[in-house]
Write a protein that binds this ligand. Structure first.
Ligand code: ZN
Length: 269
């Protein structure tokens, strides 16, 4: 006797991502019961096993697992387009707007970006940004899967808006420490939340954006707490990569990168 299910998707180009290669099944089907996939395989096999009131004919369609976007800045989506085709886009075009983002606009931007991503088939969101109230809660309530990466740097408040391109970056070590502590607390509180649907990493904003001591401390914290580091690695020009601080001398970007590359790292270039 066949089993009753809610939905059967049939006759698809099915990509299971299991077994050899991408696990392609030329005439594939997916059985869904109570919002969960209970079986996937050849249509002939599943139609013999299941009966349903809702049969979706997916002929000429591809059916595959949800896509993973490993690096999003959902809060910046509200400023989409401001930094296109601009030289020194980050300093001259993005930063003047980014300093005016509020927690409310961040929340609106995240919701917009995640809805767009879901519509395009992305079900896992690697979101990279400064924590704001409601960030984790949104993903918990939405049902979307997420790897949330709270970022931190040692740049002064207001970021790099108005800075002269090519000048060394100034550091505000107190602000940098507070940002790192906030990020570590967020990563600790949300890692494994929503029954494991939400995981976290530590967001080292860039090797040029903090003293080497903070890079090394980030590495040590990541190792101690079992958190991967998620880092922008190749954004800066040679001149912009120079940094000054009260505690560290100017270092090349490659030496800064090599300071942390031995730990588990997820570089974003
Ligand atoms: Zn990025």
């Amino acid at each position: 006797m066949s089993e009753q299910i809610d939905i059967l998707i049939a006759h698809a180009h099915l990509f299971t991502m299991q077994g050899d290669g991408v696990g392609y099944v030329p005439d594939g089907a997916v059985a869904i019961e109570d919002s969960r996939i209970v079986a996937a395989g050849p249509t002939a096999e599943l139609t013999a096993r299941f009966q349903t009131d809702e049969l979706i004919d997916a002929s000429h369609c591809a059916v595959l697992p949800g896509l993973i976007d490993a690096h999003m800045h959902t809060t910046l989506s509200i400023m989409r387009g401001v930094a296109q085709d601009v030289s020194h886009w980050m300093q001259k075009a993005l930063a003047p707007y980014a300093r005016h983002i509020t927690p409310e606009s961040s929340a609106a931007a995240t919701r917009l970006n995640v809805v767009e991503a879901l519509k395009a088939g992305t079900t896992t969101h690697g979101d990279y940004g400064s924590p704001y109230p409601g960030w984790g809660e949104f993903f918990a309530e939405s049902g979307a899967r997420a790897c949330l990466t709270p970022i931190f740097n040692a740049l002064p408040a207001g970021g790099m808006a108005g800075w002269k391109v090519g000048d060394v970056y100034p550091f505000d070590l107190d602000k940098g420490r507070r940002a790192m502590e906030t990020a570590v607390a967020f990563a600790r509180d949300w890692n494994g939340a929503a029954d494991g649907r939400i995981t976290t990493m530590l967001g080292v904003h860039g090797p040029d954006m903090m003293p080497v001591e903070m890079l090394l401390e980030s590495k040590e914290i990541g190792q101690r707490k079992g958190l991967m580091l998620h880092v922008h690695t190749a954004r800066e020009t040679a001149k912009q990569s120079r940094s000054s601080s009260a505690t560290a001398s100017v270092q090349s970007p490659s030496s800064r990168r090599s300071a942390i590359w031995t730990t588990s790292c997820w570089p974003c270039i």
